[in-house]
Design a protein. Structure first.
Lengths: 386, 394, 297
């Protein structure tokens, strides 16, 4: 039995060593995304956007030669301690450029590995300022937390007329805590009062927190949590008859959250990168892609509603192609040099990078969950005057 | 006299082989860092080796507690967290503080030991010495926590000790994430940009992979020395029979405490190494799942075998983060297999672990040690003659 | 006064409701521990699997079929786990069995991860149980009120079962002295299987109530409730069923009161449970209802 075990191990080892040889006419784009763990749901939707983009444009023409674009998808398990080996896997696969990841903490944890290998990374929806700060290889196409926090606070103050806000985030999650921090700064500058609470990881009972919000007299609840907690918060807020608006950042822009909101009396708003209906052609194609592949449909949460992160994944892929074309080669160093000047007008709007490598974006879309039809209704495009 | 003569050659050859192998290993590591071309294979080999070495230390530290003293503790993730944080907090250069502690006005510490020493001794030497000091601080802080926790917890037995230490690890995590301690621990946000031994270069020579191996080996060596000392024998006596050990005059509490504190010290060092390897740390990664992972490695290697823990660490890390990744890829040698999708690797992995737990409950090594002298004897056919002496690796 | 009640009633209601659900899980822990001296780490994950089975079952069949199916599937799972993972290790050291339990827990979580793809699954609404009701100005779900009543009724039935039936008597005998009862001709394996069957049945009922209240199932959903239920079992005195129930209610209520105390305390609501555990173990190791001095300390 032990010999069998040893034999199996040996076979596995040999297979691992037999790294598939890449043909010369192939460019590899690495996809560094969480497919399991806390951010698995969001990571899968983002990956879907990239995969769809790959079916739309499976080749790229560089200097007159047509190259096949191959995606190398590696799961970073939403975990900072798996990030290094996952990132190395992408480096080892010979990626020319890497897309990802959902969740800033893992992005930062994997960043140095890509930096050392000299491979440029295009962040899709990692919104923490620290991702691109102080390095040359990390770029991103989405807006940042300080921006989003301010947008949220302005919206609560101007549109909802709130004077007191209640913030609820997960303890130990830098995304939640970071946004709450910027939200608080902006809200207090507007003269609002802010109460902040954190819940421990794995918590599923939010009734007490919602009661706290009610007892504190909050006029708006800001809950920058991940999708699985969002579902629970919505459900319990509905059961408790919470009548103040709940606002949330880009994470909540998901059909999973929508399914929970549908049929309730809640007012749920979220800021996001993309409002549905912005590009009918893309939407039609993407929906056909989802419906044509049962696996993809399951990864999207079981229906064909388009998540903003998928759109961002789609745009990131084409931004990468633009950069490859501009660089004129598949060499990571050339692409890195070409990226700062790369511009692309995608489904989510125009993309260009500033000095730090962040996207120049000055507006976010605010959507409200329609509790009857079960879709996100466009409310406003909010901008921030610096 | 005759006996020692008879025993010597095998032992001598054994030690010679061991020394040669270790030397070869370090030469390989050195070559990996500097000379060998970066292809798919060597690129993956480096992080797997690094993490494997670090996990070896962590698993051996847990084995000291679970395998050699018979204390079933599940608090390892908590001590790793303490060690990793203690290291990172004291090793972030001052000019990085505003960026790292972005929500806490640059934090409360405002200095870094490697940097301070760097001003005195020159950058490289300062970074090296400072990192070593920080690693020792990491171990000491973890040991301090263990001493505090040990006073109430070590009075409990078996499963109760397990669940209480598990609880303490959770409490430690909650404390480190607490916003009120943010100026020191950065609350829920990650610590990064700290000085790391991997970054040290002598001229143009890189030693990124050599350092974790060196430190892990020194620490494991110290643990082996401890286990072979009279304290180690007392630990084993407690493991085998507490009542008998007490009757023999071994102070139960003192020795349990000693084992707990020393194990936590090395877990803290392991945490510091892990922090260096990951380049960023965040308290939320140190969940009880991490403790279970470490425990399973110890079990796979064999409870009570140090070499077993080391072998199992490398195998586990390599399988989990490298070899078995193809199970998630959706295809097998180009043939599309529908059930090979995300997460399948973990299912296969957990089934494998259950098989080991149920059918090979002694693990790879049982409670034996890898012994080259024993191997030599086996190969030279003297096994029968030496059978009476048993394995002498310990 | 009424304003005070209105402001604080929701905490109490939430506490009682979650306490009842912990109680149903805690019984499984306390019975298994009473007989096998094993912390069944996989019990919380069995609870999670029951939730997932419900999600998938209700998608393809009506509620009156899927609820019994959940109960049967969970019981079968518990029975299988015992036969496959614990029975072969009956003569092995206690640590091996516990490691096997951790292994099963790891396996169940990873299987759940594989089948759900890591996405949070929306728990179906069970008619009537999910309706909102208003008590004393606080709005909550019907399940909040049903839980304590159902819990007490089930516990009453269980106590009767253990006191009055032959297999119940055998269970008591086995938990008192494993070896002697074997010598007395008790079929130890069927008693142990029965214990797992009862424990898993109650966990399945608990999962129906719990996930109706908190309708999202993820692979790690069972871990925290499982640990807390275990603490409740220790708190009440391991092996004692009424003790486990009272312990669970106390923990549920305390936890929610802590959450209501304000922002600096809420993050310690989980830590509190463990502090409580350690204090109980040190001060009164037999728990509040423990029967006799055992070898815990």
């Amino acid at each position: 039995m032990k010999k069998v075990f040893a034999l199996v191990l040996a076979v596995v080892m040999v297979m691992a060593l037999a790294v598939p040889a890449f043909a010369d006419d192939t460019i590899t784009i690495g996809v560094f995304e969480p497919l399991s763990g806390d951010n698995g749901a969001g990571g899968k939707q983002e990956t879907l956007g990239i995969q769809y983009a790959n079916t739309v444009a499976p080749t790229v023409e560089v200097n007159g030669t047509t190259y096949n674009v191959e995606l190398e998808i590696v799961d970073n398990e939403s975990s900072t301690d798996k990030a290094v080996s996952a990132a190395t896997q992408l480096v080892a696969a010979g990626s020319s450029v890497v897309l990802g990841t959902y969740g800033s903490a893992v992005a930062i944890a994997g960043s140095d590995t890509f930096g050392e290998a000299g491979i440029p990374v295009i962040g899709v929806t990692c919104t923490n300022p620290q991702v691109t700060e102080g390095n040359d290889h990390y770029f991103r196409i989405c807006f940042l937390d300080p921006f989003q926090g301010t947008v949220q606070a302005n919206f609560a103050h101007d549109e909802l007329g709130a004077t007191k806000a209640y913030c609820l985030g997960q303890l130990g999650n830098d995304y939640d805590q970071g946004l709450i921090n910027y939200y608080t700064q902006a809200a207090e500058a507007l003269g609002m009062e802010v109460v902040t609470e954190s819940f421990p990881e794995g918590n599923s009972d939010f009734t007490s927190y919602l009661t706290n919000a009610k007892n504190a007299g909050a006029e708006v609840i800001f809950a920058p949590t991940s999708i699985s907690y969002a579902q629970l918060i919505v459900e319990q807020a509905a059961a408790q008859g919470i009548d103040v608006p709940i606002t949330a950042p880009d994470t909540w822009d998901s059909n999973v959250v929508m399914a929970a909101v549908q049929g309730t009396d809640l007012q749920v708003y979220c800021t996001t990168f993309y409002a549905e209906g912005g590009d009918p052609e893309f939407e039609e194609g993407f929906k056909a892609y989802l419906n044509g592949d049962s696996n993809a449909l399951a990864n999207n949460g079981g229906n064909d509603m388009i998540a903003a992160v998928s759109v961002m994944g789609y745009d990131a892929y084409f931004t990468a192609l633009e950069a490859i074309k501009a660089a004129g080669s598949a060499d990571p160093a050339d692409i890195m040099a070409a990226l700062p000047a790369t511009t692309y007008t995608g489904v989510s709007g125009a993309i260009a990078f500033d000095d730090i490598g962040d996207a120049i974006r000055d507006s976010a879309f605010i959507k409200q969950a329609n509790t009857e039809t079960g879709v996100w209704d466009f409310v406003a495009a909010q901008t921030v005057a610096e | 006299m005759e006996k020692t003569l008879r025993k010597d050659p095998a032992k001598k050859i054994g030690s010679a082989i061991a020394i040669c192998l270790i030397a070869a290993l370090y030469i390989l590591l050195f070559l990996l860092d500097n000379v060998l071309p970066a292809n798919g294979f060597t690129l993956m080999l480096i992080p797997v080796l690094k993490k494997g070495a670090i996990y070896s230390l962590i698993c051996v530290s847990m084995n000291l507690l679970n395998g050699f003293t018979g204390l079933f503790s599940l608090g390892q993730a908590g001590f790793l967290l303490v060690g990793a944080y203690a290291y990172a907090i004291f090793a972030i250069p001052a000019d990085q503080h505003p960026a790292v502690y972005q929500y806490f006005d640059g934090g409360a510490i405002g200095f870094s030991i490697p940097e301070a020493l760097g001003k005195l001794l020159g950058e490289n030497a300062g970074a090296f010495l400072g990192s070593i000091i920080c690693i020792i601080i990491a171990g000491l802080v973890a040991a301090g926590f263990a001493a505090l926790i040990g006073i109430p917890v070590l009075r409990l037995k078996s499963d109760y000790l397990a669940i209480a230490t598990l609880g303490f690890a959770e409490i430690i995590r909650a404390i480190f994430q607490w916003n009120s301690l943010g100026p020191v621990t950065n609350g829920s946000n990650m610590l990064r940009k700290y000085t790391s031994l991997s970054a040290i270069k002598i001229g143009s020579v890189k030693l990124a992979t050599v350092f974790p191996f060196l430190i892990a080996m020194v620490c494991i060596g110290l643990i082996v020395l401890l286990i072979n000392s009279s304290y180690g024998r007392a630990f084993k006596a407690i493991r085998d029979d507490e009542i008998a050990a007490e009757a023999m005059g071994i102070s139960l509490f003192k020795h349990k405490m000693l084992s707990f504190v020393i194990s936590s010290f090395f877990a803290g060092v392991g945490g510091a190494l892990l922090a260096m390897y990951q380049t960023t740390i965040q308290a939320s990664a140190f969940k009880s799942a991490m403790t279970y992972e470490i425990l399973l490695i110890v079990v796979i290697g064999g409870i009570g075998s140090i070499s077993g823990s080391c072998i199992a660490s490398f195998l586990y890390i390599a399988c989990n983060e490298w070899w078995l990744r193809f199970l998630d890829s959706g295809s097998f040698f180009g043939i599309s297999v529908p059930f090979f999708r995300d997460g399948f690797r973990k299912v296969v992995f957990s089934v494998l672990i259950m098989v080991i737990v149920l059918f090979f409950s002694r693990g790879i090594m049982g409670d034996k040690e890898l012994s080259f002298a024993g191997l030599v004897r086996k190969l030279s056919g003297k096994k029968a003659a030496q059978a009476a002496e048993g394995g002498d690796g310990k | 006064m009424s304003a005070f009640v209105q402001a604080n009633l929701p905490y109490l209601l939430a506490g009682i409701s979650v306490g009842g659900q912990y109680a149903l899980i805690a019984i499984g822990y306390t019975m298994v521990y009473g007989i096998l001296r094993l912390i069944n780490f996989a019990h919380g994950d069995v609870f999670m699997v029951a939730g997932l089975v419900m999600v998938y079952a209700s998608a393809s069949m009506p509620m009156y079929l899927s609820i019994p199916l959940v109960l049967i599937a969970t019981v079968a799972l518990g029975f299988t786990i015992e036969r496959v993972a614990y029975k072969p290790l009956r003569s092995a050291p206690r640590m091996s069995v516990m490691i096997s339990a951790i292994g099963v827990s790891y396996l169940l979580q990873n299987c759940a991860l594989y089948f759900t793809g890591g996405l949070a699954q929306m728990y179906p609404t069970i008619p009537w149980l999910s309706n909102s009701v208003t008590i004393g100005g606080a709005t909550t779900k019907m399940v909040t009120i049903v839980t304590p009543i159902l819990t007490v009724a089930l516990v009453f039935a269980l106590v009767l079962f253990i006191q009055k039936t032959k297999i119940g008597m055998a269970m008591r005998a086995v938990s008192r002295d494993f070896e002697t009862s074997q010598l007395m001709g008790i079929k130890i394996n069927s008693v142990i299987s029965m214990t797992f069957v009862i424990g898993c049945f109650l966990a399945a009922v608990g999962s129906l109530l719990y996930f109706t209240n908190y309708p999202s199932v993820i692979p790690t959903s069972g871990a925290m409730p499982g640990l807390k239920a275990f603490v409740a079992a220790v708190f009440g005195g391991i092996g004692s069923i009424p003790g486990a129930v009272i312990g669970a209610f106390l923990i549920g209520i305390c936890e929610n009161i802590i959450k209501g105390l304000g922002s600096n305390w809420t993050i310690f609501s989980d830590a509190f449970t463990f502090v409580l555990l350690i204090i109980v173990l040190l001060v009164k190791p037999t728990g509040i209802f423990g029967e006799k001095a055992t070898d815990k300390v």
